[in-house]
Design a binder for this molecule. Structure first.
Ligand SMILES: [Zn+2]
Length: 190
């Protein structure tokens, strides 16, 4: 299903050859588009995006806390892991550190890979990471994040039960990152 959506989006968004502006014809059951002018083929692409759960404090201790942020247009109480696109020439680990610094001012040290999820709306591959914070002061400096907070596991559970913290949905990599860090299922979702 995601594959078909991704291909449909690619066909919709890719109308002309980027080299000569010629029109494109589908080949290989739509998995390739070939320019009728210069013959150059086009293939579907995925843009890498990073999504990360950043934690601070002694790992697995009661004081350990994780950083979640919220988008200005989200309903009240909704928080999620931070995310952003990887820039050209940037490693994924550097993209994690840059995005967290840009959105919250928090400095991230160690970054470890968690897992990935295709997100073809329009054409991203979400790469999930755990990051270890070196600083904890939050300085919001990006219009994409209107609020960011640290949550201990106890605070997360209590606020999720009360409905004042609404976490991402069950099939998202964001949910998986949060529950993996938390150590089990949490109540409530978008
Ligand atoms: Zn062409």
């Amino acid at each position: 299903m995601l594959h078909a959506l991704g291909l449909a989006e690619w066909h919709w968004a890719t109308r002309h050859c980027p080299r000569c502006g010629g029109s494109l014809e589908p080949r290989a059951a739509g998995h390739e588009l070939v320019c009728t002018g210069c013959g150059r083929p086009q293939f579907p692409r995925s843009d890498p995006a990073v999504i990360m759960l950043v934690a601070a404090g002694e790992p697995s201790s009661a004081e350990e806390r994780c950083l979640l942020g919220r988008h200005p247009r989200w309903p009240e109480g909704r928080f999620s892991t931070l995310a952003g696109f990887c820039e050209p020439g940037e490693t994924l680990e550097d993209a994690v550190r840059r995005e967290v610094a840009e959105e919250t001012g928090v400095v991230v040290g160690e970054v470890t890979y968690f897992g990935n999820q295709p997100w073809p709306m329009p054409s991203s591959l979400m790469l999930g990471f755990h990051g270890r914070a070196l600083t904890e002061e939050i300085v919001l400096q990006d219009d994409d994040v209107e609020d960011a907070r640290w949550f201990t596991r106890d605070e997360m559970r209590a606020q999720a039960e009360a409905g004042t913290l609404v976490l991402p949905g069950g099939v998202s990599i964001s949910r998986s990152l949060v529950e993996h860090w938390y150590g089990g299922p949490l109540p409530g979702s978008w």
